[in-house]
Design a protein around this ligand. Sequence first.
Ligand code: ADP
Ligand code: MG
Length: 336
Amino acid sequence: MGGLKNIGEFGLIDRIKSMFPAPEGVTGIGDDCAVIPQQDGFETLVSTDMLVENSHFIRSHVKPYQLGWKSAAVNFSDIAAMGGTPVCSFLSLALPPDVTGEWMDEFIRGYKDISDRYGFALLGGDTTSSREGISICVTVMGRAPAGTSRRRNDAGVGDNICVTGPLGDSGLGLELILSGKKNLNDVEAALVERHYLPMPRIDEGMKLSSTPGVHAMMDISDGVASDLLHILASSGVRAVVDCATIPLSREAGEYCACAEGVNAKACKAALCGGEDYELLFTATDEALAKLGEKGVPYYKIGRIVEENSGDGASPVSWESVPEGLDPDGIMGFRHF
Ligand code: ADP
Ligand code: MG
């Protein structure tokens, strides 16, 4: 077995998955949450995610309040991705000796504010010491009426591909954080805030999962360029994405200096930046009309065009790619 770089994150997960086939009726490894049917007409949704110091955050750059919020947010987003209702979370921490009581109080305050906002109870966890660096592991649970939670494998030919909100803010915020720039203007500060205080789309997810004709769904953690590939691979289909229709916030538009249209910088941030935690879903035209009536925000960015015949051709065609961006270079976040 070579280094982890050679296998890749998803190669490693596939190896584990091949050894642990899911029990009958259960969705196991490979979706945003595991889905476990219950006797009471509901299904239980469970997901877990880790944040590791110097891989996912740099302690001197992030306020503990923001880190507490974000640790919960990225997990709540996986419940949103299935269209689930919040239930509870478990919080496990490995803490090095240089973490202070004040730092922890602020971390927990951020974790509590977002938990209260979305209605997740904190029911347990684990606390241990680490020699170096903070590790944070959160497990979340949600629920949904039996058979209603949305997976990644249900995209159908002819479906629209949509997102629930503007993309790229978080990636641009991270760029600003890493640049070390001081004295941010309002636009820059808003982008940094979107990176640190993401809003999981719980309400939108529940409305989407109660709308017939909304098919595949996931949350955008690594960037559409790589997240969409999961939907396409697990559904066995191909897509066309029109870069000109990618939604941008006013702040991203201003920061990337593209008042009209999507330029290369904005497009790259929107498709490859990741951590926007909007929902990415596929739906029929009729379903989109229903979402409009329910007041669910959505932006069409492409279409599922055909079954994937397995001929090795790329699963996505990128249209209207802005000048200066190499279509072959459109790729999401890589963990290893
Ligand atoms: P997400 O970005 O939605 O959190 P990931 O890309 O982290 O999802 O994980 C993809 C799938 O692989 C999920 O179903 C997750 O539970 C599963 N998974 C990831 N790492 C492991 C592991 N070490 N053991 C078992 N399952 C894993
Ligand atoms: Mg996810």
